[in-house]
Design a protein around this ligand. Structure first.
Ligand code: ZN
Length: 198
């Protein structure tokens, strides 16, 4: 049940030190995390470019992102988090759930009803902040073959989609967090940097 909770709580991150993770799993997670761009990298603040080639390269990129997301124990990943300026996200909400790849996604409609929940982000490991999101969204996108894909999502899936699409627009969860939490998170991140540099 612990594992399930880890997926439900944060968004594309789980706790930096998940409980009861075996050493082999931890090693794979560390390896995956080494590919993920961190807060402060300019690619995370940039608007990503539309995908116009639906070729084998794109499909390989989807597979690579899915593998890194799973190894990092995340539920979603956006291409800019790997330093790739492409409007492409992948997510998998729950271990048994199918992988979903959304290319050039647009939120067509968001419900007015909001929910505040704590989110994490693979690019901001160890930080959790409260973010208001619409509970229901409808998204128009393409799949990795260029076919139209429509998604109606609620709850956690809707939250993951909104978080990942934000990455395509250079928006981070910290930008949507309450002011005090954002300041606190940035202080913590600075301290971590100093510790790493010391
Ligand atoms: Zn994120």
């Amino acid at each position: 049940m612990d594992d399930e909770h880890d997926l439900i709580d944060p968004i594309d991150d789980e706790d930096a030190e998940p409980p009861q993770i075996d050493p082999e799993r931890q090693a794979r997670r560390n390896a995956a995390m080494s590919f993920i761009r961190r807060f402060g990298d300019p690619v995370l603040k940039s608007r990503a470019t539309e995908v116009d080639r639906f070729d084998d390269g794109l499909r390989a990129q989807v597979r690579r992102m899915a593998g890194l997301m799973d190894d990092a124990i995340g539920v979603g990943l956006a291409a800019p988090q790997l330093g790739v300026s492409q409007r492409l996200v992948v997510y998998r909400v729950g271990y048994e759930a199918p992988l979903v790849a959304l290319v050039n996604p647009e939120i067509e409609w968001r419900g007015e009803e909001l929910e505040t929940l704590e989110e994490g982000c693979l690019s901001i490991p160890g930080v959790h902040v409260d973010v208001d999101r619409s509970i229901h969204v409808r998204v128009r996108a393409q799949d990795e073959h260029g076919q139209p894909r429509f998604v109606e999502a609620s709850g956690l899936e809707a939250r993951v989609i909104q978080h990942e699409i934000d990455h395509l627009d250079g928006v981070l969860m910290l930008d949507r967090a309450p002011r005090e939490q954002r300041k606190q998170a940035i202080r913590e991140l600075r301290d971590l940097e100093h510790q790493a540099a010391a």
